[in-house]
Design a protein around this ligand. Structure first.
Ligand SMILES: Cc1cc2nc3c(=O)[nH]c(=O)nc-3n(C[C@H](O)[C@H](O)[C@H](O)COP(=O)(O)O)c2cc1C
Length: 362
């Protein structure tokens, strides 16, 4: 709960809302109920990162976008609601790439990727994605421009900055990770080549809104949607070096490797240390943290900030609960991605102000 200065921003505590897709936007336009959802999680001097927001029409219609003026106007009251609570709000901008289907593309064509290999269908969730179309080399600057426009639009909508979505098997990882990228142009092959597209996006976004307003989220160890790298440490180190090239690059947000059972207990592996040491700006860690573990890593200097996903989703007053060491509501996985504007979204209870009693969410 200690204050922290992140570039030009004064944070009053280190508990960050991690980006979380909630599938409650209609036609890729954010809806008024998002103002309540985010403002419930806003605190004076707290930092929120928005759900992944599309830079162009390519994904699911329930995921918000930020490529049209209508979307910018729709974000404004949501951002205002967060600011009126005194919190900072960053917009996570991203592209799903092949994690989509032809039905969701404007032209009905195949979704784009670094490759034409499809994602292996997921037997558990039943998700089946279309076979993608390998981006031509000459099409890449157009996608970079989409990120540039999204960053500009985010600032116009009032966001304090943007976080570039470079995680979890979406388009940027489809280029960075060698299990997927099978290109033979200057965007494939060596580590430098595989990261070139992402570096161009970072440079474009920084050029558009300034490094002091840009964060990057990376998950070199993640293995989602067939995106796996044979040398995640080299990948993470290379990307950190690219961020360091921009003086004042605001933050690097990294996702921990999967938790493992150590000494009979599920433990966070703290696998991000080399990146924390190498990165010059603010370092944010996420993935599996609770309040105690967050305290430990901030105290040890392993991370400046800790982003919480599921616990923050289910506990709108998470920083206060950490402060009071109060018990937490349980999250309900079945409503993570449903479309109801209230259920599993804005109806998670706060601590009762009178008694500090818990109303544990069923
Ligand atoms: C419902 C849900 C949606 C998510 N959507 C995103 C997203 O849009 N962008 C992203 O980078 N990560 C996303 N994530 C991952 C979270 O940001 C976070 O890394 C993950 O939940 C692990 O952290 P936790 O253990 O604190 O929940 C999502 C996670 C959940 C549960």
């Amino acid at each position: 709960m200690k204050p922290y200065t992140m570039g030009q921003f004064q944070l009053s505590h280190r508990v960050v809302l991690a980006p979380m897709t909630r599938n409650r936007s209609k036609g890729s336009v954010p809806q008024p109920h998002a103002a309540l959802y985010y403002s419930q999680r806003a605190t004076r001097g707290g930092l929120l990162v928005s759900e992944g927001t599309l830079v162009s029409p390519q994904g699911y219609p329930e995921i918000p976008g930020i490529w049209t003026q209508e979307q910018v106007e729709a974000w404004k009251p949501i951002v205002d609601a967060v600011h009126s609570k005194g919190a900072l709000f960053f917009c996570q901008i991203g592209h799903v790439g092949r994690v989509s289907t032809a039905d969701f593309q404007l032209d009905g064509e195949a979704p784009i990727s670094s490759t034409d290999k499809p994602v292996t269908p997921d037997a558990e969730s039943g998700a089946v994605y279309s076979k993608p179309r390998r981006l031509r080399t000459d099409e890449i600057p157009g996608i970079v421009d989409d990120f540039r426009r999204a960053a500009r639009n985010a600032i116009e909508a009032g966001f304090d900055g943007v976080e570039i979505h470079g995680v979890h098997g979406f388009l940027l990882e489809q280029f960075m990770k060698d299990s997927v990228n099978d290109r033979d142009d200057e965007y494939g092959g060596s580590l430098e080549n595989r990261c070139r597209f992402v570096v161009e996006i970072i440079d474009a976004v920084v050029g558009e809104v300034g490094a002091h307003r840009v964060g990057m989220r990376l998950s070199p160890f993640a293995e989602y949607l067939d995106c796996i790298d044979s040398d995640p440490v080299a990948l993470g180190n290379y990307m950190v070096q690219q961020l360091n090239k921009h003086e004042d690059f605001l933050y690097c947000h990294m996702v921990e490797p999967r938790m493992a059972i150590v000494d009979g207990r599920l433990q966070i592996p703290h696998g991000l240390l080399p990146f924390r040491k190498a990165f010059k700006g603010t370092f944010m860690a996420s993935g599996g943290y609770d309040g105690d573990e967050g305290n430990v890593v901030v105290e040890e200097g392993y991370a400046d900030l800790v982003a919480y996903g599921r616990p923050f989703l289910a506990n709108p007053d998470l920083p206060r609960r950490f402060e009071l060491k109060a018990a937490l509501n349980k999250y309900d996985r079945s409503t993570f991605y449903t479309h109801d504007p209230v259920v599993g979204y804005t109806d998670y209870p706060f601590l009762d102000d009178e008694t500090n009693d818990l109303n544990v969410h069923a």
